[in-house]
Design a protein around this ligand. Sequence first.
Ligand code: NCD
Length: 325
Amino acid sequence: MKHLLGIEGLSRDEFYLLLDNSREMVEISRRDIKKVPALRGKTVINMFFEASTRTRSSFEIAGKRLSADVVNVSATGSSVTKGETLLDTARTLSAMAPDVLVVRHSASGAPAFLARYLPDTAVVNAGDGLHEHPTQALLDCLTLSEHFSARSQGIEGLRLAIVGDVLHSRVARSNIWAHLLLGNEVRLVGPPTFLPPELKEAFGADSSQCRGRLEVYYDLKSGIAGADVVMCLRLQLERQSQHFVPSLEEYSREYGVSEKLLARYAPNCVVLHPGPVNRGIEVSSEVLDGPRSLVSKQVSNGVAVRMAVLFLLATGKDTGETTIA
Ligand code: NCD
């Protein structure tokens, strides 16, 4: 694996390799001294051209826990504000010979574009427009694999309901690819404006090669019925050029995930949310702060997953082949 640009196209073996390597990194993150020399002498540049709290800080912490030199560049404060193009900025940074370039950008395809033009640098997609956010899907699956560790099938054979603004969500897209790869039942739940018919077709879920199932539900109760996992999505208001919902109050009434609904329709489910959360709009505080919520585990696992990805791309080795100490 030279780059990590998306979950689409990964094989099951590659996906499980990343999860297995992440588990080893979880162990390091639980130690008293959370630092190993594995990436000493390697350089990671985090190029974040869109707002981020969790992803950016966890890539930075991940690099530092592995002893890499980590440099952060954001759009504000970089030469982008002076009119430099994305490619020129990336070429400039690449000339400083980083081993890994982590990119977040509002344009779908920006990391893939850079990967094409920067042959000597490994590129990681940290979220590009409406396209993908592969490390988020990996950390979601790592969190689920810890929760469902007693199940003989692990995280396969699950029913996952993804609720909300699927249209504008790169988190949803990466998770759909991941769960179809695992052979799971994926339900997309939301108003029709967030679930256009092309969306379902884009994942090839009706083809004979697809191992999982993808269904669309416009009604929240039937969409979450019997779900093992309910993934709530933030309304991506910054990406919406028109009114997709009549009002936030009305959206919340129809599609807000509450404990009362979960207790009735998906009593055994756990709840994921990638953050940041619009509390009380897509999900209630009772659910978010309650026992079903795996949200803070998702955040901790984000560091481990990013350590695994940086390690794999910077060294070309997986943790099974080498000791990370
Ligand atoms: C997500 C993102 O940026 O795509 N956040 C994240 O990385 N944890 C989801 C969001 O912004 O709603």
